[in-house]
Design a protein. Structure first.
Lengths: 111, 114
């Protein structure tokens, strides 16, 4: 079992819809969770971080964390074509900066 | 503030050669991590340096090594290159090694091994 798993997609949603991206992780003791966006040919850029159970909202983005189910998700409301990218889930499983990344979910927003 | 910089951006080597990649973190950032990104495996953690000390190491062979200098700049070295080492190598910096600070990624070095 991989440390962090994501559906690779591709996920296609129409413009204005909600995109839902999911991620599961193996280490129950994990404390820090991050969502990155990576455009083709570019490096990852941070969208959100979440550390506590529940929801965290930032503009059109909402991260949800459920440590009991070892599950973290990212919702993108009012999806825009510019949101088309690969979304990477990253989990920190120790107290240092060793992050485990999922293989990413490719999202396409159709105008 | 300038972002994370990596040099060179592109590199072509042949099997058996060695290569050194460089990373300059954001000013004030003292933790530097290295990742390998390939289409099949995604982003995989190589190692992390803080205060010139390697704090964590991923599951890579000993051909992969790194170091950090007193100004927080870091280098990684790959010896005896193999075809499978072809990848995008990403460096990320953060303020501290606590694991809760944001990691900022550089543009990467695209290594092609022929």
């Amino acid at each position: 079992q991989k440390e962090v798993e994501q559906n690779s997609g591709p996920l296609s949603v129409p413009e204005g819809a909600i995109a839902s991206l999911n991620c599961t992780y193996s280490d129950r003791g994990s404390q820090s969770f991050f969502w990155y966006r990576q455009y083709s040919g570019k490096s990852p850029e941070l969208i959100m971080s979440i550390y506590s159970n529940g929801d965290k909202e930032d503009g059109r983005f909402t991260a949800q964390l459920n440590k009991a189910s070892q599950y973290v998700s990212l919702l993108i409301r009012d999806s825009q074509p510019s949101d088309s990218a690969t979304y990477l889930c990253a989990v920190n499983m120790n107290t240092g900066n060793q992050f485990y990344f999922g293989t990413g979910t490719s999202l396409t927003v159709i105008p | 503030k300038a972002g994370v910089t990596q040099t060179p951006r592109y590199l072509i080597k042949t099997r058996g050669q060695q290569v050194t990649l460089s990373c300059s973190p954001i000013s004030g950032h003292r933790s530097v991590s290295w990742y390998q990104q390939t289409p099949g495996q995604g982003l995989q953690f190589l190692f992390e340096y803080f205060s010139e000390t390697q704090r964590n190491k991923g599951n890579f062979p000993g051909r992969f090594s790194g170091r950090q200098f007193s100004n927080s700049r870091s280098e990684m070295n790959v010896s005896t290159l193999e075809l499978g080492d072809s990848a995008l190598y990403l460096c990320a910096s953060s303020l501290s090694p606590r694991g809760t600070d944001t990691q900022y990624f550089g543009p990467g070095t695209r290594l092609t091994v022929l």
